[in-house]
Design a protein around this ligand. Structure first.
Ligand code: SF4
Length: 689
């Protein structure tokens, strides 16, 4: 009937499940989600979505949602009022700050939450608690990519748009699995490859869906990408195929860099990577033959001891071949979470204020000090890896974390969980009682994206508005409201009534976002930063200048860091990553009925060769053992993996089968991003089938 129809509401939102940033309308009746309806005007995805975006929303009505603040009483938690919880947090954090100094507090932000949530969070840490100990989960994934780009071209983000990737002549994917981690982007590449003659090279240990379709699937030895990338770059120089004009006019340190490539001969690369000379030459030829090359990469590159250097090698190769500043070319670190880009953009990092302006810069700090009317700390703070270490050492005593499942997704969770036990006071803010919340003293109930207003920034630096569909469940609140209320409990006078006011403040302070406003983000509109005051964005970076004082890019010599090995006893290489259906540990997707039934739990991918050698079949139960811990897991025998290489998806809420029971605390030397992808195990067979 019309009456029923009248009650259907349609609200635009932005997907929370990956950095592609699909937007669509959610059709609802009261609190019931009827469907997700994509729209041709959605700037990234048009009428496409993937299974997570389409079916992954029931969790908002889960019985398990947190609806009241919880305060620990001994081994259990009691419901409390907001007043009681906030006043307890204020007095405990003040006490720690007074007794042990501001740097005895740590602040972990959320790449799942909005730009506005994250901006206020770093403002709270810096202006109220006077510490730069604030970081977000890009430390676990993409900080090495950003650092490699900052060294060479000056901005830590995708240099063009997803549309540019689709229009490139050649796409090279290194250590990424877009078909499962960035599905709609992967669809664009597949279509360009199939219909428009785009060439595709995929370098990955695993024969993932894109690798299966690629013109070339490279399977280098684990952790050797820097070597083949550098050898291909050297070969391009040797053939005289470099873009001489581009190098001469737009790039510094060409000769120095060229000299640094001397050791990366085809013979050396063949030995270190296992790729044949012919293959390496073929890669160089394909780049040379293409009018534009895009390189996409993710955690197969970054989560290594040399993750920043390999990201740098990618950018070097793009510079040498003139593949920046034009359509259909450039660097694309694929951001995992929906707002990895935005959380970092908003300054939830120990060394950056919003818009990547250094905390050490007196002039920058002065601008914020004037606006915020307080002194700010000038020494860069601890990143989240260092915060965990500092807790163990007794130097960090209190921590405030929101929307981050560190107890499951950080590397070597045995160590991380042990650290959390040592905190004097720990506040966890989330929509569910997460594994991390089990270590908390106070748990605060937050609202998911469908229950709040805000903006997310996708992997292309595209800022998009999402709108409130439902009122927050129970007493839960938007993260920015909780952070505001806590600041006010501590004596601040923050008057924000709507996140648009927070974005106005960002725009007034951070030049990169000067022209961003909610008015300009109405409907399906979006803005790609840097955004000038007149609202004009920058879909393609570096058209005229690179982000250095003289406007020129910098070739940056790098050397190869051999991957870490746990020792000969651990004879199997353990790779890990995401699966299509689940998002991360699954706190949200696994509580959505439409998803849960598709993929009940993780499995271990084992090669046919290894299965035969160990006498096991699909369904076998094995125990994996590393120097750090063990997991018990069922086996799937598949030709996606080869030889002694295993693959275990990270998606589980059960920490007895979590891959991070097995990973170590070693990290990328430049950024402290854990080397998740450098793990080895031994395997014990418990049941053969
Ligand atoms: Fe789009 Fe990513 Fe959401 Fe899938 S998970 S609908 S690709 S934003």
């Amino acid at each position: 009937s019309t009456m029923r129809k009248d009650r259907i509401e349609k609200t635009k939102t932005v997907c929370t499940y990956c950095g592609v940033g699909c937007s669509f309308e959610v059709w609802t009746r009261d609190r019931e989600i009827l469907k997700v309806q994509p729209d041709p005007d959605a700037p990234v995805n048009g009428i496409s979505t993937c299974v997570k975006g389409k079916f992954g929303w029931d969790f908002v009505n889960s019985e398990e949602r947190l609806t009241k603040p919880l305060i620990r009483k001994g081994d259990s938690f009691q419901e409390s009022t907001w007043e009681e919880a906030l006043s307890l947090i204020a007095s405990k954090f003040k006490g720690i700050q007074e007794e042990h100094g501001p740097n005895a507090l740590g602040f972990i932000a959320s790449s799942k939450c909005s730009n506005e949530d994250n901006y206020l969070f770093q403002k709270l840490a810096r202006s109220i608690f006077k510490t730069n100990n604030v970081d977000n989960c890009s430390r676990y994934c993409q900080t090495p990519a950003s650092s490699g780009l900052m060294r060479t071209v000056g901005i830590g983000g995708d240099s063009g748009t997803i549309q540019d990737i689709a229009s490139a002549d050649l796409v090279i994917v290194v250590g990424a699995n877009p078909a499962e981690s960035h599905p709609v982007l992967s669809t664009r590449v597949r279509r360009a490859h199939k219909l428009h003659g785009q060439k595709l090279i995929v370098a990955d240990l695993r024969k993932n869906d894109l690798a299966d379709r690629a013109d070339l699937h490279l399977h280098p030895k684990p952790g050797s990408d820097l070597v083949w990338l550098s050898a291909v770059t050297k070969y391009i120089f040797d053939q005289g195929w470099e873009d001489k004009n581009f190098l001469e006019n737009r790039v510094n340190f060409v000769e120095k860099y060229k000299a640094s490539l001397e050791k990366f001969t085809l013979e050396y690369a063949e030995e270190k990577t296992g790729l044949s000379k012919e293959t390496l030459i073929r890669i160089a030829e394909m780049i040379h033959e293409s009018k534009g090359t895009c390189i996409l990469w993710a955690m197969g590159v970054t989560q290594h001891m040399g993750g920043t250097d390999t990201s740098t090698a990618i950018s070097n190769l793009l510079l040498v071949t003139g593949n920046y500043g034009k359509t259909g070319a450039g660097a694309y670190p694929l951001r995992g979470h929906n707002n990895v880009q935005g959380a970092s953009d908003m300054g939830t990092m120990p060394n950056w204020l919003p818009g990547y302006e250094p905390v050490e810069d007196d002039a920058v700090r002065a601008r914020y000090e004037k606006a915020w009317q307080t002194d700010l700390p000038k020494v860069p703070g601890l990143n989240n890896h260092q915060i965990v270490d500092a807790i163990q050492d007794g130097n960090v005593k209190g921590m405030y974390l929101f929307g981050e499942e560190m107890a499951l997704v950080d590397s070597n969770i045995n160590f991380v969980q042990e650290s959390f036990e040592k905190l004097d006071f720990f506040v966890v803010q989330d929509i569910f009682f997460s594994r991390t919340a089990q270590f908390a003293d106070v748990v605060l109930p937050a609202a998911p994206s469908l229950e709040k207003d805000g903006t997310f920034t996708n992997t292309e630096r595209r800022i998009q508005r999402f709108h409130k569909v439902f009122e927050p469940l129970g007493d839960s609140k938007s993260d920015w409201e909780i952070i505001r209320d806590l600041a006010n409990e501590l004596g601040a006078d923050w008057k924000y009534e709507h996140p648009s006011e927070i974005m106005d403040e960002v725009a007034s302070l951070a030049p990169a976002f000067a022209g961003v406003s909610y008015e300009r983000l109405e409907g399906w509109n979006s803005q790609i930063w840097p955004v000038q005051e007149n609202g004009e964005g920058t879909p393609i970076l570096y058209k005229e200048r690179f982000k250095f004082p003289d406007g020129k890019a910098r070739l940056f010599p790098v050397d190869w860091t051999e991957p870490h090995h746990f020792g000969a006893e651990y004879d199997l290489h353990l790779n890990n990553g995401r699966s299509l259906e689940q998002f991360h540990e699954g706190n949200m997707t696994d509580r959505s009925a439409g998803i849960h039934h598709m993929l009940p739990g993780p499995w271990l991918e084992v090669s046919h060769e290894l299965a035969e050698e160990r006498g096991i079949e699909t369904g076998a139960l094995v125990r994996l053992v590393s120097p750090y811990g063990k997991v018990k897991i069922r086996v799937l025998v598949t030709d996606r993996v080869k030889g002694k290489e295993l693959y275990l998806p990270m998606n589980t809420r059960d920490d007895e089968e979590a891959v991070n029971r097995l990973t170590s605390s070693y990290y990328d030397k430049d950024t402290h991003t854990p080397n998740y992808k450098e793990a080895q195990v031994k395997m014990q067979v418990l049941e053969r089938t």
